[in-house]
Every structure is written in C-alpha cells, then in structure tokens.
Design a protein around this ligand. Structure first.
Ligand SMILES: [Zn+2]
Length: 377
C-alpha cells in the first residue's frame, strides 16, 4: 500500500506520506485556471492554493490523530490525498492493554473530529480576515479561486468539512455509515458494504464531473483511490489476525549446533536459503544466529564457536499464534527469526523474510477468493 505514496517527513511522531494522486492537484489547478483565464495562469498562486489545500487536509488528519491517541490507538502513518487523508494504525503495543474494538460512540467522535477541525479553521480564518480588514468578498463565485487566497482558505476548509462528510468510505461520512452497519453485521462485511456504496458514489461523481464541473471528477477519483487504499489495509489486517503461524511457518529448515565452529556454520549457511538459524542442542533450542552475525564475528575475531556469538535471548511462539502476534514479537526485539515450539520441541521457524512473503501471497489469494465469491453471488 506504500508503493503509491512517498514519505515527506514526520508530524507529531507520525510518518507523513503524500499519495501520488496529490501531484495531480497543482497540475489540475493550473489547468482549470488556464482554461478560465484564457491562458493567463499564475503558477505561484496555483501552487499556493495547492499548499492551502494540503495544509487544511493535514490539519484535518491531525484532529483524527489526536482523537485516536486519546482512545489508545497508535497512528503509524498518514497518507495525504488531495482532498482527504488515510491514517494507518499500528498494532497495539504488547505492554499496553489491548483496546477493545472502538465503540459506536468513539467511532462517531473519531470520524467527526476531522470535519469539525476544518469548520473551526474556517471560522478562525474568517475572524482573522474580518479583524484585519482584508477584502475577502466571501460570497463571490467561484469560492475557491487562486485570485483570492484568503477567501479560498475559508472555503477550502468548508469544502473539506462537507466533502469528508459524504457517505463514501473511507471519508468520515462513510465511516459513520460503516459504524451504523457494524451495529447489525460483522466489521468486515460492514466495510465491504460501505466500500461498494463508496465506489458507486465515486462513479457518479466522475461521470457528473465530465458533464459539469471537473472538480467533481477529481473528487470521484480521490474517493475511489482512498477506498482502494483502505480496503487493502483491511485485507492485510485480516490476514494478520486470522492466519495462524502453523499455516506459514517453515518446517523444512537448517539448524546449527552451539558446538559448531563459525567456519562450519558458514559452510552450512551457504547451502541454505535461510538468513537466520536456530541453534539446537539435542532437542533443546538454545539460541538464534544470523548469517550476517556469523560473517561479522568471523571478520572481527576469526574462527570461534557458535555458542559464543549466538543470541541467547529470543522469543518463542506456539503454532496457534496469529501472524500479528509474531510480527509484534519480531519487531519488539528487532530480531528476524521466531522459533515455533511445541512441548519444548522445535517444530518450525518463522522469519521476517518468510512472513512478508507469505503475507503478500495470502492477501492476494484472499482477495481472489473473495472476488470469486462475490461474482458467484
Ligand atoms: Zn477525516
């Protein structure tokens, strides 16, 4: 899901990314202005308007992020699209209590936080403009225009508030709709229903825009892209939650012995695709070591024993654990291998490499299966 966005920095500890559709915006503004003024476009002002829109979207997302934090959720990244944003959340940390699924009330408050922030900003901008005696011609059409940036600031916020209240998931209005659906069905069915309504709205907007205001087409394209982003995140999350380690763990793997010399270990590593190896004495798992660690130790200290350089502190998992739990364990210790044990016997391993690989495959196969099921309906 990240391939369509680029990282542009951090805001309040959250990775901020620009979705590629964002770069359509300045071009789009330039093009509409150019058409409106018979070739007299002002590039600097066009960029300023794009900047205003981006800042208003960022403020909108910040309101969501602050509210989410108050509810114990951990925002990890926010992807800014031209007229809305998508916030991705981290897995709850193991040392914190797991927040229950958001209650109906919290879902509503989380969704409304963004549009309310834009309304507040519109009021603030209006107050500043009136107070400083700037000519804003507030009711002059078109409301959003590069020729009058103060007026555009007020209207950009009003538009964003209204636009995000459209019942098109994942816009905030769509989230409200989904929260209502959740009262009577499970959450993934609710999301799918909200996404299909959203896709229908996007299509109507795109077509309506072709025959009237091209901004509508722009909004339709963005709603559609945002829904795709959100749906992919959802498929990944469901894979993380529902797939058990036994379904993806490697059962055919190489092990090392603590009594192996590093040169022996490297020799074995050459014949294996693994980057990380469990170290086993008899039937006991006593450590883990990576190919890189073996190489580094050989370079630094010459030949020695695996025993001396292996990592003796590691987390183990059992076969029924979910992928999300394995991910947490891997990232919390920044290790790259988790042994799966049963009755203290090593029955498989899960590596970061193997997890990423199987996640992508599983997400694809789930989406395929679901599409087939929907076609059969
Ligand atoms: Zn929002």
């Amino acid at each position: 899901m990240r391939s369509w966005s680029i990282s542009v920095g951090r805001l309040f500890g959250v990775d901020v990314r620009l979705h590629l559709t964002f770069f359509i915006l300045p071009v789009f503004i330039f093009w509409t202005e150019y058409a409106a003024h018979q070739g007299n476009a002002n590039g600097g002002r066009d960029l300023a308007l794009a900047g205003i829109l981006l800042a208003c979207v960022a403020a909108h997302e910040c309101a969501h992020i602050f509210t989410a934090r108050r509810f114990g959720m951990i925002p990890k990244a926010v992807i800014l699209l031209p007229l809305t944003g998508v916030t991705l959340y981290d897995e709850p940390r193991a040392d914190r209590p797991q927040p229950a699924a958001l209650s109906f009330q919290r879902e509503i408050r989380l969704a409304l936080a963004g549009p309310l922030a834009n309304l507040a900003l519109a009021c603030l901008a209006l107050a500043v403009i009136t107070g400083s005696g700037l000519r804003a011609d507030l009711w002059k059409w078109p409301f959003l225009q590069v020729a009058n940036l103060p007026r555009s600031l007020v209207w950009a916020n009003l538009y964003l508030a209204l636009l995000n209240l459209m019942p098109a998931y994942p816009l905030d209005g769509g989230r409200l709709l989904r929260a209502f659906f959740c009262l009577s069905m499970d959450s993934s069915a609710a999301t799918r229903r909200a996404v299909s309504i959203s896709n229908a709205i996007a299509m109507v907007l795109i077509f309506a825009g072709l025959f009237s205001d091209s901004w509508l087409t722009m909004v339709g394209v963005i709603v559609f892209s945002a829904a795709q982003l959100e749906e992919r995140a959802l498929v990944f999350q469901s894979v993380l939650d529902n797939v058990k380690l036994e379904e993806v763990m490697l059962t055919d793997f190489a092990t090392l012995s603590p009594a192996d010399t590093l040169e022996d270990a490297l020799e074995k590593a050459v014949h294996s695709l693994q980057d990380d190896f469990p170290v086993v004495r008899g039937s006991d798992m006593v450590g883990v070591i990576s190919r890189q660690r073996i190489l580094d130790a050989l370079r630094a200290e010459g030949n020695g024993y695996v025993q001396a350089v292996m990592n003796k502190i590691f987390e183990v998992s059992v076969r029924h654990e979910s992928l999300s739990s394995a991910f947490r364990k891997l990232t919390s210790r920044s290790s790259s291998i988790i042994p799966v044990v049963e009755d203290q016997r090593l029955i498989g391993i899960v590596t970061l490499q193997n997890l990423m690989h199987s996640m992508t495959l599983l997400a694809e196969s789930r989406k395929l299966r679901r599409d087939e099921a929907e076609q059969d309906m």
